[in-house]
Write a protein that binds this ligand. Sequence first.
Ligand code: OGA
Ligand code: NI
Length: 365
Amino acid sequence: MAASVGATVVYDRMKEVKEFDESKMGVKGLSDSGITTIPSFFVHPPQTLSHLKSSSACTTGIPVIDLSDINSDVHRPKIVQQIREAAGTWGFFQVINHGLPVSVIDETIAAIKSFHDQPPEVKAKHYKREEGRGVMYNSNTDLYRAQAASWHDALQSWMGPEPPNAEDIPVVCRREVVEWDVHAKVLGETVMELLCEGLGLESGKFKELTFSDKRLFAGVCYPYCPQSDLTMGITSHTDPGFLTVLVQNQVHGLQVKHGEDWVDVKPLPGGMIINIGDFLQIVSNGEYQSVQHRVVANSSKEPRISIVVFFNLSKWKESHYYGPLSELLTPEKPAIYRNFTMQEFNENIYSKGLDSKSLIDKITI
Ligand code: OGA
Ligand code: NI
């Protein structure tokens, strides 16, 4: 809707955003309705759009790490070294032979696709916005805070520290979501052990500090976008939490920043993607890097589906400070970040749209 003020045409962006949100149809609904142009509030600024192509300079992609031999005394140190290296440079890696059955991956992706494929009126029953709790479906968690909206919808469910009320999870994917959390937690904790060892910590340290206890499940859908060169699937950002475990279907779109390049994360059958969040970068005193990533808008008719589990610490008292682990600090390697409170952490997430490392920038000494 445009309103004329004198000679100037003022575009009432917020009104359109609100109408879209209240329609509860999501971008999947817009896409399925057959639109050929996208609403203006999805259009990203030219400086974002001019760099959409991934760089061909990097042909290797993010590191792929084989976990088959993690219980072998001979191989484990090599795997720890690979993980340490990948987490300290790329901030992203794929693991294979991780023990999570391919059948479970396929079933979960299919169930999330089925959820998003349902008619808008069925999904609308789950459409809501809540922070830090519950089960919800919506389009763009930061819809009202971001400068521009992105072309994705998501079903989200907080899985821990208390399990969700199973009845609240849509029935088409209820069993799969609950089962996925069990598998993702095992894999997340396995990787956390390797990451601990990479820092010279006791392997159980991160689990003991409850870094795997507060989990957010997201089943994300990137439907076909008729003007994929004008918007994003998800804006460039870093994940604010501790660690992220992600799996994608065979439709490409995820890119990771490596130096000055954007590198495609090519779908690898059975591969699980792990990335370091801002919180782990801080706790590790910068040994592990939280790296910018984004998803380009989907230009293929087949929806892109990703299943993402975000791990966060659960044991955090209101007045408690967190920062680089004291075990890692020496006179040669003093803390490079100051301590911060839960309030600072949450405020940083919920006061604006997705962005990169703003908490890290704020607390860097
Ligand atoms: C995220 C994210 C990427 C994807 O949700 O934080 O980076 O492939 N998702 O869905
Ligand atoms: Ni992310």
